[in-house]
Design a protein around this ligand. Sequence first.
Ligand code: SGN
Ligand code: CA
Length: 531
Amino acid sequence: SVLLGSVLFSCGNPKKGMEDVQPPNIIYIMSDDHAYQAISAYDSTLIHTPNIDRIANEGMRFDQAYVTNSICSPSRAVTLTGKMSHLNSVKDNLDIFDTTQVTLPMYLKKAGYETAIIGKWHLKSTPQGFDHWEVLPDQGDYYQPDFRTPKGMIQEEGYVTDIITDKAIDYLEKKKGKDEPFMLMVHHKAPHREWMAAMEHLNAFHDEKIKEPTTLFDTYEGRGTAAKEAEMRISNHMGLTNDNKISPDVRDKTNHSPFMGWYDWAYNKNIDRMTDEEKEKWEEVYGPINKNFQKINPKGKNLTRWKYQRYMQDYLGTLLSVDDNIGRLLDYLDETGLSENTIVVYTSDQGFYLGEHGWFDKRFMYEQSFRTPLMIRWPEHIQAGAVNKELVQNIDYAPTFLEAAGVDIPEEMQGESLLPLFEDKTDKWRDALYYHYYEYPGIHGVKRHYGIKTKRYKLIHFYYDVDEWELYDLDQDPNEMNNVYNSPKYASVKMSLHKKLDQLREEYLDSDALTQQMLKADLERLRKLEE
Ligand code: SGN
Ligand code: CA
């Protein structure tokens, strides 16, 4: 094989003359819901993220990186298994990860690696295959967060992004002087809903007027039922209280409905975890915002505009801590000489809508949620400042790390190692990606769908309570406003995309029968929950 990993340390046994080549350490940093639109290495309109950008500038930035199922737990299960949702036991946030599966950290351990995970886990079952783990229970909290550990639950003082980084650095400190290579997964909670920033960044964006996306007032014409019925509009599904931090009292005084996603409990839960000092600072920042809201009491489009600004101010605020802390981790690697032989990855568990199509959240196969940031630094093997435009997906991470570690990629893993792409070998790379989303009926009301994406086109099938096909020409219509599935002009494109979709479904072992079987089981689960 010409591939880097196998040349260097095939099957964990270094080739002759390569005995002193150390397998690389791996630091996999994944934030929760971090949209590529909010990383300046991709787009500097919204925020400046100099530290995250370092990974791109000193490594490779992927501009066509996607997930297989745009939602949290499924994405994490894909990273651990290298398998798609229909084969890895977690197709939605309700499923429990089957820990009898052999996962990435287990393969690495067998090859002599130490493995650790710190931060959001969201797979319910107890982490397996990690020598060290400290994970957030469920979604975790921003202030004074709890951590699940092998010794039980502990509560830490401080802000979650800082604490996760402290724990990561502590882990690296304890590894000093040990020979085994390591894989450390650092999973941030931020910038997940309810977008609560650290005290030092609480009002960082409050004086800014943030640029609105051109599709903020999308009316969903030109598309099918799924876009119209999704419940993730900033206008009427984003909560004034939990999301936009208007106290229940002010909300009631301004006569806004307490229903439809205006969860007071989520707001109260966050406030309850603050120290007295934090509560004071909070009041200092959000008190005037509440007062002003009561005074102007925006309605209609003005309310949507106001909510968009509030949403972005808080979302971007949480990212300042992510960026600071990545800087802190990268500096630590430099100071301790670890940078040279460590693969550093920065990614998110999916993309996120920052007002495009009037939305927040994710789930759809439409671009902003399907696509995700990805950048990889590995000084000896990746040219600094490289940009890759091939179609890559989160099923590829496990095969990549295994090959880099000199471990044979197991047959059952469905992704491809990215190592050839590190060397710009793109001739045999894939020409289409497969996607399948399942969590419906469920929160945010995004209908079940599967489909494929090529560099130019996207073909999507929404099913269960609808049976609708959509086709987008991303060259002509990058914002995906016009479904051209029934346009005669696209008849032959449509035919070849259908063929490709069938082929990929077969290749990835998905099928109508399996889809129907999973749907039936989900409906049964739902029925039991409702009982
Ligand atoms: C919570 C959020 C949702 C979000 C899901 C899944 N509501 O339920 O908005 O889609 O998590 O997010 S909240 O009011 O509890 O914040 S995921 O990243 O875990 O998939
Ligand atoms: Ca997520």
